[in-house]
Design a protein around this ligand. Structure first.
Ligand SMILES: C[S@@+](CC[C@H](N)C(=O)[O-])C[C@H]1O[C@@H](n2cnc3c(N)ncnc32)[C@H](O)[C@@H]1O
Length: 258
């Protein structure tokens, strides 16, 4: 038996289906995305006119907002449905284009001033593939360009698991409720593989979907090591928070220079 499940089994495409998109449309309002984008610009020291690769871009909320602030943005996502929606939603001014593509095999060389990987979009694959993704980001950047990556903090999940009452199952449950609609994540953690098994339920207008996946969570020291191996330097973990009480996830942000 192969002990390493294939990437598609770890985080299946279905995890980002129409129900998930409908949920993120509800939670990530324009106001919320504007706060996140301001943080990306501030923390990444981005200037108007810089070229930015946003991948995976999902339905393009961050890419569009960056373009509205004067950056020249290419959004890339594996899901053709997301790219179709990203293009449809492009009514605001700004230089932004969208393309379907896979972050595991980017073919850009020294083209971008910044690469953005946002919204817990890293750790979907085995460690070797995650390393290849970081190497692809490094190649896509001009010398001195920055990677801005936001993922879920392993230490936050571990601390939350340790804080649960004694003799309760080894999961934390995160519930987000919006006017009767729900997202419930039950999250565990396997220290040996570094993966967090998730069971996610989304309920919107009485419709229910259930997803099961396993996200690789990195300790800051591990992620810094992976970034250095991919050729990055000047690695800095950032501590600013998105100021929105609905987002209680442990938010880990890192800035690295190519
Ligand atoms: C959690 S969403 C985040 C999207 C966006 N960054 C945001 O913050 O709204 C993750 C996205 O990753 C995309 N994705 C998953 N695997 C991918 C891959 N190998 N290459 C490109 N996109 C991928 C999914 O289609 C989904 O749109």
């Amino acid at each position: 038996m192969d002990p390493t499940p294939s990437a598609e089994e770890l985080v299946p495409d279905q995890v980002h289906d129409d129900m998930y998109i409908a949920w993120t449309d509800r939670v990530y309002t324009d106001a919320h995305t504007a706060v996140e984008t301001d943080a990306i610009i501030r923390e990444g020291e981005l200037q108007p006119g810089m070229r930015v690769l946003d991948t995976p871009c999902g339905t393009g909320r961050i890419a569009r907002c960056l373009a509205e602030k004067g950056l020249i943005v290419l959004g890339v996502d594996k899901s053709s449905r997301c790219i179709e929606l990203a293009r449809e939603r492009c009514s605001a001014p700004g230089d932004v284009t969208f393309r379907t593509g896979d972050m595991r095999c980017l073919d850009m060389e020294s083209e971008f001033d910044a690469v953005v990987n946002w919204g817990v979009s890293f750790g979907y694959y085995d460690d070797e593939t995650d390393a290849a993704i970081l190497a692809g980001y490094r190649r896509a950047l001009k010398p001195g360009g920055r990677l801005i990556l936001q993922c879920l903090s392993r230490d936050w999940v571990a601390a939350a698991l340790m804080a649960r009452p004694p003799r309760t199952p080894p999961f934390i449950h995160l519930v987000t409720e919006l006017d009767g609609d729900l997202l419930v994540d039950s999250i565990g953690f396997d220290p040996q593989s570094g993966r967090a098994p998730f069971v996610r339920h989304i309920v919107i207008a009485g419709q229910h979907a259930r997803y099961s996946f396993a996200l690789r969570l990195y300790a800051p020291s591990e992620l810094a090591d992976r970034l250095r191996r991919a050729g990055f330097s000047g690695i800095r973990f950032l501590h600013s928070k998105v100021d929105d009480p609905r987002h209680e996830y442990g938010d880990m942000r890192v800035l690295a220079t190519a």
